[in-house]
Design a protein around this ligand. Structure first.
Ligand SMILES: [Zn+2]
Ligand SMILES: [Zn+2]
Length: 352
């Protein structure tokens, strides 16, 4: 099969022919229709971040597709089923998994980090892992649900439990930031977005942001944020992982507030530990996308409480994946979709 393979940081992905992954008795092989590009994929290429699986590695963890082959013991799926492939494979039997804390699974395998991912024509996963993608939703929707939306839900509901009326500032109006915005609005929070691109902030406004700020257009970002809110926020969520925005997030937060770190990075914190102690800051990490929350995301979509509009802004075939990654690098996209079987397939899917 064809795949975009990561060999080294600071080098483009290479399009190669690699073996189709084999199918064990309890596995399903999925023909990947869409896989969107996440900020994390770019961190491996641009920041020298090391994946757990030694390269060569196929990146990509926002996958939707069609079951193509099932193992001899598989009952839950048949070939032709449309599926969402959640970004993290938790084991289902450790204590964390049994107590519904699957993001703390001791045996977790992150797709495209600990094992091969979705920038390829096929992937094989255990049969307990995928979820049926309802017919009224596109594969692009499946890709967005698999990671960004379920991750945003996990952050807002499980990790920080945002309460009505709380003032929340989100740094980064990318796919994840806009997902968090929508979930936080469901909780009746006041949500303010900070980014460096006006066009992304406009999308944030359309999705219900109470205020937007372009931090490149003000002298001191922290002062401008506090001006916009009229006071310091209760919660600041940093989705970028850059030293500058991490520091701005810390400087903006009120005493006793929650600082949420959600942008994967290998950077160290750019402020002194004393500030966390003296200001009684709660430092909260949020990572991952518990797959058992996927049905809840589908309910929210069905009820019209959240939307997938405004999130997919670019589409590429596998051959042009490095151009696709560049759209993210240059801030030209919210989410860019890769079509491993080509964009022609997209047109056929729309007709069907
Ligand atoms: Zn991701
Ligand atoms: Zn587990």
């Amino acid at each position: 099969m064809r795949a975009a393979v990561f060999h080294h940081s600071y080098e483009p992905l290479k399009i190669e022919d690699v073996p189709v992954p084999s199918v064990g008795a309890h596995d399903v092989r999925i023909a990947i229709r869409t896989c969107s590009i996440c900020h994390t994929d770019m961190q491996f290429i641009d920041q020298g971040m090391a994946p757990n699986m030694k390269p060569p590695l196929i990146l990509g963890h926002e996958i939707a597709g069609i079951i193509e082959e099932t193992g001899s013991e598989v009952k839950k799926f048949k070939s032709g089923d449309r599926v969402i492939v959640p970004a993290m494979i938790s084991c289902n039997h450790c204590l964390a998994c049994k107590t519904w804390n699957e993001t703390h699974c001791e045996n977790i395998r992150r797709i495209g980090v600990d094992c091969n991912g979705g920038f390829a024509e096929y992937i094989t996963v255990p049969d307990f892992h995928p979820y049926h993608l309802p017919h009224e939703y596109s594969f692009e929707a499946g890709s967005l649900i698999s990671n960004v939306l379920v991750g945003a839900y996990h952050l807002v509901y499980d990790r920080i439990n945002i309460r009505a009326g709380e003032k929340v500032v989100i740094f980064g109006a990318g796919g994840f930031g806009l997902g968090i915005l929508q979930m936080a609005k469901l909780r009746d929070a006041k949500v303010f977005m900070v980014d460096i691109f006006d066009w992304k902030l406009k999308e944030a406004k359309l999705l219900g942001a109470d205020g937007i700020l372009n931090s490149n257009k003000v002298n001191v970002c922290e002062e401008a944020v506090i001006d916009m809110l009229g006071e310091k926020p209760d919660i600041v969520i940093e989705t970028i992982g850059a030293p500058r925005t991490l520091l701005q997030a810390m400087n903006t937060l009120k005493k006793g507030g929650r600082l949420v770190l959600a942008g994967i990075t290998e950077n160290a914190l750019p402020f002194l530990i004393g500030r966390i102690i003296e200001n009684e800051i709660a430092l909260i990490g949020a990572s991952g996308a518990p797959r058992r929350k996927i049905p809840e995301i589908i309910h929210l979509l069905e009820d019209g409480k959240i939307t997938l509009e405004h999130l997919v802004t670019k589409r590429f075939d596998l051959d042009h994946i490095n151009d696709a990654i560049n759209t993210l690098r240059m801030g030209q996209t919210i989410r860019t979709m890769i079509y491993p079987f080509g964009l022609e397939k997209k047109k056929q899917q729309e007709k069907a």
